[in-house]
Design a protein around this ligand. Structure first.
Ligand code: SF4
Ligand code: SF4
Length: 307
């Protein structure tokens, strides 16, 4: 028997108000922690792990050592005059954050109840109503926490708030269909049709993603397709012909959004003290325009850059 929404909680890493690119109108986007993919270009690497994590700004650290005394796991030590965190030992308790006089440490991710999140959202209802906006559940991957995602979107719908699910589609169909039932719109990320390429760059296969998308379309779910445009991964014409041909067979796609790679997420890899497995450059405008034209011509759908 499903838990009562009042008792369901989940791992949240951010709640962004006045978002303009996560669905129609002005929206509040709730970012859930945890993702089954490991995309090498990920803009939100802090969303990949389900557990809370420390973001560390080395340029602020004075090496004072206050965090060392506060850590119950003995996970921090000084090297090269700044704090270093043994992330295998770190339990994500956050006790080192408040003692840091330089604000060099931030804890990312916390457990929140459905009602707690709804209370933060409710004050924005007036903006939703005026702009045709609502709430978008993003991540990470919301379907990694299907019970929480379902309870949260269901609570929003109960308040007559428009709901959108932003998903990578890599999830059991039961989870996707359950959350989609309480989503007025699904923003569906499509990255590559070719299975070996998808596995190589995201660590997971595209077959379940493609299959789930076809099934959602058959349910007549309103869909916005979002495709990252990543030089070296999917910016060649062959990849775009395949993506466009796949989208063209769907009947419920209202819009396609092409998301060019940008470097804004690179600093977060540093703050997590991790190195990305690959380095990417931002795409040329001509390449973006060619992909837009091809997608528009093949699918007949409106195609936007960004969002
Ligand atoms: S979050 Fe907790 S366990 Fe992790 S480094 Fe800070 S004090 Fe130590
Ligand atoms: S408390 Fe802050 S400034 Fe001091 S060593 Fe730790 S991270 Fe650096």
């Amino acid at each position: 028997m499903p838990s009562s929404p009042a008792t369901v909680s989940g791992a949240v890493f951010d709640i962004k108000r006045f978002a303009l690119h996560d669905g129609p109108g002005i929206r509040t986007t709730v970012f859930l922690k945890g993702c089954p993919l490991s995309c090498m270009w990920c803009h939100n690497p802090e969303s990949q792990a389900t557990r809370p994590e420390i973001l560390f700004s080395a340029d602020r650290c004075t090496g004072c050592g206050a965090c060392i005394s506060a850590c119950p796991q003995a996970a921090i030590f000084i090297a090269h005059a700044v704090a270093q965190t043994d992330r295998d030992r770190c339990g994500g308790c956050g006790q080192c954050v408040s003692v840091c006089p330089s604000h060099a440490r931030t804890l990312l991710g916390k457990t929140m109840g459905v009602q707690e999140v709804v209370s933060e959202i409710e004050s924005d209802i007036v903006f939703f109503d005026e702009s045709g906006g609502g709430v978008t559940l993003s991540g990470g991957e919301p379907l990694f926490q299907p019970e929480f995602a379902t309870a949260l979107l269901s609570a929003c719908q109960h308040l007559r708030i428009h709901t959108a699910l932003d998903t990578c589609g890599f999830a059991p169909w039961e989870h996707l269909s359950q959350v989609a039932r309480v989503s007025d719109l699904v923003l569906y990320d499509l990255k590559h049709i070719d299975i070996p390429q998808h596995v190589r760059w995201t660590r997971q296969s595209s077959d379940i993603i493609l299959d789930n998308l076809v099934r959602l379309d058959a349910l007549k779910k309103r869909l916005w397709i979002r495709i990252p445009f990543i030089p070296g991964f999917n910016d060649d014409l062959q990849s775009w012909h395949a993506l466009a041909a796949f989208v063209a067979q769907l009947r419920c796609v209202e819009a396609i959004h092409l998301l060019p790679y940008h470097r804004a997420g690179e600093g977060k890899w540093r703050q997590l003290e991790r190195l990305p497995e690959a380095v990417f450059c931002e795409p040329e405008k001509e390449a973006i325009n060619a992909a837009v034209a091809l997608m528009r011509e093949t699918t007949g759908c409106p195609v936007h850059v960004g969002g």
